[in-house]
Design a protein around this ligand. Sequence first.
Ligand SMILES: *[C@@H]1O[C@H](CO)[C@@H](O)[C@H](O)[C@H]1NC(C)=O
Ligand SMILES: *[C@@H]1O[C@H](CO)[C@@H](O)[C@H](O)[C@H]1NC(C)=O
Ligand SMILES: *[C@@H]1O[C@H](CO)[C@@H](O)[C@H](O)[C@H]1NC(C)=O
Ligand SMILES: *[C@@H]1O[C@H](CO)[C@@H](O)[C@H](O)[C@H]1NC(C)=O
Ligand SMILES: *[C@@H]1O[C@H](CO)[C@@H](O)[C@H](O)[C@H]1NC(C)=O
Ligand SMILES: *[C@@H]1O[C@H](CO)[C@@H](O)[C@H](O)[C@H]1NC(C)=O
Ligand SMILES: *[C@@H]1O[C@H](CO)[C@@H](O)[C@H](O)[C@H]1NC(C)=O
Ligand SMILES: *[C@@H]1O[C@H](CO)[C@@H](O)[C@H](O)[C@H]1NC(C)=O
Ligand SMILES: *[C@@H]1O[C@H](CO)[C@@H](O)[C@H](O)[C@H]1NC(C)=O
Length: 566
Amino acid sequence: MGVIKFLGLAALAAAAPLEQRAKKPKSFLKEVGNSTWIIGNEIWNVTQNRQYADQLWYKGKDRVGDAVGHYVSYNGAASDLNWTSAAIVDSDTDWINIKFTAREGDFHWVIYDDLPGAYQYFVNHNLPTLGEFRTLWRLDNASFPRGRTTIKDGVLPALEEYLGATNVQDETWQKADGTFLTKYDWSAFIREQDFYGVYGDEVGSWYMNPGKDYYNGDHLKQELMVHRESKTGDAVQLNMIHGTHYQAVSRDAFADGKVWGPWLWYLNDGSKDNAAQRAKKEEAAWPYKWFEDKAYQSRGKMQGKLVLSDGRPAAGAAVFLGDNNNASISTLDQGQGFYYTTYADKDGKFSIHDIRTGTYGLYAWGNGGSISDVTTNFTQNNIVIADNKNTNLKDLTWKVTDASKRIFQIGAFDRKTDGFKLSGPTPYEHGRITKCPGNLTYTVPTSKSEDWCFGQSALGTWRVNFPVENATTSAAKLTVSLAGFSQGSSADILLNGVQVGNITSASLLNSQDTYRGATRAGEWRLLEFPVTKEQLKVGGNVLDVRVTRTTVVRGWLWDSLVLEWV
Ligand SMILES: *[C@@H]1O[C@H](CO)[C@@H](O)[C@H](O)[C@H]1NC(C)=O
Ligand SMILES: *[C@@H]1O[C@H](CO)[C@@H](O)[C@H](O)[C@H]1NC(C)=O
Ligand SMILES: *[C@@H]1O[C@H](CO)[C@@H](O)[C@H](O)[C@H]1NC(C)=O
Ligand SMILES: *[C@@H]1O[C@H](CO)[C@@H](O)[C@H](O)[C@H]1NC(C)=O
Ligand SMILES: *[C@@H]1O[C@H](CO)[C@@H](O)[C@H](O)[C@H]1NC(C)=O
Ligand SMILES: *[C@@H]1O[C@H](CO)[C@@H](O)[C@H](O)[C@H]1NC(C)=O
Ligand SMILES: *[C@@H]1O[C@H](CO)[C@@H](O)[C@H](O)[C@H]1NC(C)=O
Ligand SMILES: *[C@@H]1O[C@H](CO)[C@@H](O)[C@H](O)[C@H]1NC(C)=O
Ligand SMILES: *[C@@H]1O[C@H](CO)[C@@H](O)[C@H](O)[C@H]1NC(C)=O
């Protein structure tokens, strides 16, 4: 058998009929009725119906039970895909590739004989323009009582807790003791996931998505990962391959043939250590050599060094490779193609490997540390990635403003609330924003980031007292950088009593971040307001951010507030 393993299929076929020589895979697809199929191997099997796979046999029990099972859907439950046919489209001695066909595209399960789980991928043919596209498991809650992401690990709240509580908004309940229950607690930064899923003492069901280049969005892209279904009690394991949970708009049209995945859906005995080991193995094996798809296999690499125009290295900068020439949407909202993220090192150097061939835009912005003062970002279009080639961009100059022109800055300019009061320890908590004060005073230069709160919503005024030391001969600019914004609260910004700007729903789209309990980041917004030289005076000045309208848990997450001469 060892010898046969190393022969190509063509060689085998020439020698004798395949069935006589080659070992046949034990993994199977069985059509058992009108639009009902059973797929699996000797370790597990799944019963797939027209929409839902409603049985998962593993370790002697059906692990779907009364739950909904497995499905693929877009834009909410009205659009769960309907499978019209299934076939084995490829196989070898120890695996099969099963394709389920729907009007919108094909969902594949690649099943190896010895694998508890399957590799899965989706090939688009006719998906509509959409924001949300996902595959998921809704599983038996007795088998899978717990959830695990890189941020949170614990027992999913029981359905019973929801039943006794009052719904206050979108999937959020208040309990009698005043605390909140919300599925959004189980969100995470999707590109930082090693593995995640639901598990118990007997079994675990995990997603491992190495590569992650088919996800929409940048480093700050967040998604709901697992949760308790609040009507049925199902244990839910989501695979949000295109999502909008913490965004304003992210709607994309996709090319026929766009592939999401393959990722691994992995079953085990519930051990997180075992899952962690498997995830490492998958990451090392990515991009998967077994996946016969020319575009998937065609990849190159890229490197470069970002240097700020004042000579400093762009230490730790966030580097994003995304849509070419698409300044109309934010890096978080890009999602029609393939996306790569990394961070520059302390010298500003960065590299990304295994990038799909194509032409990209390169974007960079500050991620705190020694470049926390940098308010500008870097963009270079027309970056060509060729198969098996290294694109060396060498030194790239990133234009920054003159640091000597800074009058004051509150908070690191990094698109996150990091450093502000209450910004941690976790990045999600419904209602934490209500713990930020209505009124506060920040005095330059003695106050620190911790004296400013991460989010603003309550009526009142956040006042900045700051000195201007020399005579003002030029105009200035006020930069308001928000890490997130949910419509419902508004503020006027006044300089020495005169309005110079505002934060309002009239000029900012709603995003689903602040009100869903995001406390670290959401959809980044940048507001810039001109200040005339007459509006500043030598000596003490006062800048007020005065909340004029409030809606509970709605408002904005602060990134940074900067005043500088121009
Ligand atoms: C199969 O089921 C569908 C509905 O689920 C029905 O419309 C169709 O007539 C059935 N076909 C056969 C051959 O039973
Ligand atoms: C699926 O697994 C169950 C439990 O091990 C087993 O009884 C059943 O025969 C399997 N189905 C198929 C089609 O192999
Ligand atoms: C699948 O079929 C059901 C009807 O059984 C329908 O309600 C649903 O919209 C269909 N899904 C899609 C994506 O068209
Ligand atoms: C599990 O789901 C059932 C409904 O199928 C529900 O009655 C039960 O409360 C759920 N258990 C938990 C812990 O939520
Ligand atoms: C930019 O991205 C949006 C969203 O995917 C898309 O609608 C638009 O066509 C893109 N523009 C360009 C120039 O690629
Ligand atoms: C870069 O900064 C400018 C403002 O200086 C902003 O309009 C733009 O959206 C930013 N670009 C990216 C890709 O973040
Ligand atoms: C903020 O200060 C104003 C004026 O002093 C006061 O009326 C208001 O109640 C304060 N708001 C809060 C939330 O403390
Ligand atoms: C003095 O003000 C000018 C603008 O009028 C500014 O460019 C300069 O950096 C300031 N110098 C100091 C030392 O603050
Ligand atoms: C509010 O700010 C927007 C820019 O963000 C500006 O267009 C508008 O004029 C401002 N309105 C007021 C009343 O200052």
